[in-house]
Ligand binder design. Structure first.
Ligand SMILES: Nc1ncnc2c1ncn2[C@@H]1O[C@H](COP(=O)(O)OP(=O)(O)OP(=O)(O)O)[C@@H](O)[C@H]1O
Ligand SMILES: [Mg+2]
Length: 392
């Protein structure tokens, strides 16, 4: 076969021939003139796109500034914790423009646990960065507790992050030379609201929340991946944020440890925390209250993977697992009490450490209540007071 018959003319080549009256393919080869013409055309197109984009966002920003100046844009949407309207984010890299977000609308309410799933490069991290005030949109608006944060300067955004947002990343991002407790204290130093003693106490309280109080003085290298992520979660809650943002929170963990982290998040969510997570991990969506899918910079449908039926089955399975854990937990408490007969006071945390963490993390009720139930069922005369079990 000759080269000639292989070479098909593209629509672009036809356009070139019409425009210039020259041939795009000459003697089986693409002509150099055509290549130059094509190059110039691509550059012009990019320039046009850039100008268009900048002029739209310039216009919108001007309008927005006017609105804010005249109070037209403030105090809107107080009903929702976060409202994102028509968010666009385009990155300019030299001569190319990457449209990472292409019109995202989203509302987040208090106590939501949102999971956004989507393939690599679909814009998930970009969206989180905008919601978390790490970056500003090219177009569109974001309201956090009624305040428009899409136009703020770097300093004001830093204040928003400090006061209202907690972050958890895939690789924990703990400071290696600091202990778990000191890592949790870092955001407290910046807020400057507490005394040194107050900060230490608050950090310990937060570590207790993620069941890691006893590891407070360990450095990250002495902790497992799951434990480091729990420290990162405790740190994210340091300033009582309105929302905690999680980018691939289970991305670096094996599936069992991942589920442990998700159980912890679900527990915190049930106690009032608001989360937005993005992930490749389908397990995250099983724990979330709302699930979105992201593709090519747009949010597609909302829903749970696998539909309601599967979710109901999974929920049932989880409940059964939690009930089984409760029975195992009781057995272990009983063994501990048996081995410590004669004592009149026992620290509840000591009993708790005799139960493996995966069981503790997935119980249907609070550990103290299970302990009380066991005392009652076995006619053991004792009561739980604070951290102590007092036996008569
Ligand atoms: N700072 C940046 N400069 C230029 N392009 C960027 C920048 N950040 C992201 N992008 C591009 O924007 C698009 C969306 O990226 P983003 O990181 O939001 O995707 P993602 O869904 O989080 O992907 P992954 O699942 O791999 O983390 C990608 O094409 C990416 O290359
Ligand atoms: Mg990402």
């Amino acid at each position: 076969m000759s080269e000639d018959s292989n070479m098909k003319k593209s629509p672009e080549m036809e356009e070139y021939e019409q425009e210039t009256g020259k041939l795009a393919i000459w003697k089986g080869k693409v002509s150099n003139d055509f290549k130059k013409w094509q190059n110039r055309k691509q550059k012009d197109e990019i320039k046009k796109q850039k100008l268009e984009m900048l002029s739209i966002s310039r216009e919108e920003r001007k309008q927005l500034k006017e609105d804010i100046k005249h109070g037209r844009d403030i105090g809107k949407d107080y009903a929702h914790l976060i409202v994102a309207e028509n968010l666009h984010k385009t990155y300019l890299l030299g001569t190319t423009a990457v449209a990472a977000l292409r019109g995202v609308d989203l509302t987040i309410d208090k106590r939501d646990f949102i999971d956004i799933m989507g393939p690599s490069g679909s814009g998930k991290t970009t969206l989180l960065n905008l919601i978390g005030g790490l970056d500003t949109p090219t177009r569109g608006k974001i309201f956090l507790e009624g305040k428009n944060i899409s136009m703020l300067n770097d300093n004001d955004l830093a204040d928003i992050r400090k006061e209202s947002i907690g972050f958890v990343f895939q690789f924990y991002n703990l400071l290696p030379q600091m202990t778990a407790q000191e890592n949790v204290m870092v955001p407290l130093h910046f807020s400057g609201k507490l005394s040194r003693r107050g900060k230490r106490k608050k950090a310990l309280d937060l570590l207790r929340l993620v069941e890691l109080e006893e590891r407070a003085h360990h450095t990250p290298s002495e902790l497992s991946g799951g434990e480091q992520q729990r420290v990162a979660i405790a740190r994210a809650f340091a300033n009582d944020p309105a929302i905690v943002i999680l980018d691939e929170p289970t991305g670096d963990l094996d599936s069992k440890t991942g589920v442990m982290i998700l159980n912890l998040l679900r527990d915190l969510n049930r106690r009032g925390a608001t989360f937005i997570a993005v992930s490749h991990d389908a397990a995250v969506s099983e724990f979330a209250t709302r699930v979105f899918h992201m593709r090519d910079g747009k949010l597609t449908h909302e829903g749970k993977v696998g539909g309601l039926k599967e979710t109901a089955v999974m929920e049932l399975k989880r409940k059964q697992e939690a009930e089984i854990n409760k029975e195992k937990c009781k057995g272990m408490i009983f063994r501990y009490l048996f081995a410590n007969q004669g004592k009149t006071e026992i620290n509840v945390n000591d009993i708790k450490t005799s139960v493996p963490t995966p069981i503790i993390m997935n119980l249907p009720e609070h550990f103290d209540d299970i302990l009380r139930e066991l005392l009652k069922e076995n006619n053991i005369n004792g009561k739980v007071e604070g951290d102590l079990l007092i036996l008569q």
